[in-house]
Write a protein that binds this ligand. Sequence first.
Ligand code: ADP
Ligand code: MG
Length: 151
Amino acid sequence: MRLHLPDEEAQVRFGVTLASLLPPCAIVFLEGDLGAGKTTLVRGILRGLGWRGNVKSPTYTIVEPYEFDGITLYHFDLYRLADPEELDYLGLREMLGQGMLLFEWPERGAGCLPDPDCVIRISHSREGRELTIEAINKELRGRLETALQEF
Ligand code: ADP
Ligand code: MG
């Protein structure tokens, strides 16, 4: 599935839509170069879940948790991960099944990450961004296909 998002506002808006489609313990990989718009998409997902506070990129902390009524969202940025085994020390194992897990730079955690429900690849396209969405989770794929027709 492909989608062109012309500006930052559209990127956030698509994140809001994604938030309504993802299951509570979804695992999502966000791929794309620095500046692709991965964190912007996470901001949209958080907004869709009702987060009203700041969203900072966990560049140095690697992971930032966001607590909601009933669920926690864990936002990972693995860009500065020295070794995938560090994920153990960060408590990844304990987070599994406890909330939504979003990974920027999943390539850097290769071999130590759970299987994703969805992989979103973002690249520059004209002034905006092109998203290639691969939904491995079948139910999610169905819901995404419907939502994309209206987006
Ligand atoms: P990443 O986390 O992938 O490094 P960011 O989310 O920090 O990237 O975004 C980098 C820049 O790209 C920001 O200035 C943001 O406003 C811009 N941006 C995000 N999505 C889009 C889009 N669809 N079209 C144009 N600019 C975008
Ligand atoms: Mg980022």
